[in-house]
Write a protein that binds this ligand. Structure first.
Ligand SMILES: Cc1ncc(C[n+]2csc(CCOP(=O)(O)OP(=O)(O)O)c2C)c(N)n1
Ligand SMILES: [Mg+2]
Length: 379
């Protein structure tokens, strides 16, 4: 694409975000929810006891088998907290489809914080006992699954097989005129065929009758062990790509503003969501008032574009487990780099650092328990 075309796109889209300041106490509240959910997520990934760290951490407090996807969690908890703020501030009906359902601890943490988990699963009371149970039961058979599933309260999207989040989000928005369905999309999931095709679903969305879908593309740079394509595109290229699909993108660079500068990431995200909401409601108002397009706005002469958000990586370093954390800032237990590398994606320690090590020997498939001795061996 020529630079003239890039420049035209840049001009057309760079001013999409009017200033939307949010109050400092809103920033403090949303940051508290974000930090609490991150803490609870790390507790689910690592701990089986002493979940409030009231006593010095000992190895028997740590799970014997570590399993999970830390790298996606901060993006989920950040988005979740901000959508809650948007819903509260504007009395909006907002739903969230979580494409990276493998980041289940981030969602379970928020459900626990909101008492939505205990409403369906009475074990998970919002006290130390319930919190310990939450941490212990994460990724345990017949307890809490490692991925979002149909048994997760409120979940409308199964988090196992990547590819369908955006299509499901559109399915939720059809015939539900008042709801904004935010859809968090992993940059890895965005490389799948079903997801790549689903961008075109705006063609089927009727703003007079349907709700809206707000895609939030989580550019954390990796899909497990590999780099992602979209996170390595320039913002101009990404804008052009999304514009071709009918979306106008607002970039929130959480990576540049994490740590001590986290407040600016909160302001950015709040501004992005407020802009997106205004844009959605304005498109819907135009369609619902039934005015002929040429009288509605300047947009009548250009194709309709829906808002989207591109969320840059957000990688708070885990400091919950002090004996690991110093090493993890640069490398994990095997001496490989973690921060800003694929190894940041999953659990950042070898499991387990215990002498009473749980056997990692492969357990027999459940079917082998019921098969008679005489039946042929499984292949
Ligand atoms: C269709 C499909 N292929 C592969 C996988 C295995 N898998 C699980 S998580 C994951 C990485 C997803 O990366 P991304 O969408 O970027 O999410 P992130 O964890 O980075 O937020 C992969 C490849 C899967 N679940 N589904
Ligand atoms: Mg990713």
């Amino acid at each position: 694409m020529s630079s003239a075309v890039f420049n035209a796109i840049e001009r057309a889209t760079r001013d999409v975000a009017p200033a939307h300041a949010i109050e400092e106490d809103s920033v403090a509240a949303v940051d508290a929810q974000f930090r609490a959910a991150n803490y609870l997520s790390v507790a689910q990934l690592y701990l089986r006891d002493n979940v409030l760290l009231r006593e010095p951490l000992r190895r028997e407090h740590i799970k014997r088998r570590l399993l999970g996807h830390w790298g996606t969690v901060p993006g989920i908890t950040f988005t979740y907290a901000h959508l809650g703020l948007l819903a509260r501030d504007f009395d909006e009906s907002v739903a969230l489809v979580v494409g990276p359902g493998h980041g289940a601890p981030g969602v379970l943490a928020n459900l626990w914080l909101e008492d939505a988990l205990v409403a369906h699963l009475p074990t998970y009371t919002r006290d130390l006992r319930g919190m310990t149970q939450l941490a212990r039961d994460f990724s345990w058979p017949r307890r809490l699954p490692s991925h979002l599933t149909a048994s997760t309260p409120g979940a409308m999207h199964e988090g196992g097989e990547l590819g369908y989040s955006l299509a499901h989000a559109f399915g939720m928005a059809f015939d539900d005129p008042d709801t904004i369905v935010a859809c968090l999309i992993g940059d890895g999931e965005a490389e799948t065929g079903p997801l790549a095709a689903a961008w075109q679903s705006t063609a089927f969305l009727n703003p007079a009758r349907d709700g809206a879908v707000l895609p939030i593309l989580h550019l954390n740079g990796y899909k497990l062990s590999g780099p992602t394509v979209l996170a390595r595109r320039s913002p101009v290229e990404l804008r052009a790509l999304l514009l071709a699909h009918g979306f106008e993108a607002y970039f929130v660079d959480a990576a540049a503003s994490s740590g001590a500068n986290r407040a600016s990431a909160h302001h950015e995200m709040a501004a992005a969501l407020r802009w997106a909401r205004e844009r959605i409601r304005s498109i819907q108002l135009d369609a619902r008032t039934g005015m002929p397009p040429e009288h509605v706005s300047e947009r009548a002469n250009s194709p309709r574009t829906w808002p989207a958000i591109a969320l840059g990586a957000f990688f708070p370093t885990i400091t919950l487990v002090p004996s690991y954390s110093d090493a993890q800032k640069t490398s994990d237990a095997s001496g490989q780099f973690v921060t800003g590398a694929p190894r940041h994606q999953q659990v950042q320690a070898r499991s387990p650092p215990c002498s009473d090590r749980f056997s990692t020997r492969r357990l027999p498939h459940p079917a082998t328990f019921t098969r008679s001795r005489s039946s042929p061996a499984r292949r």
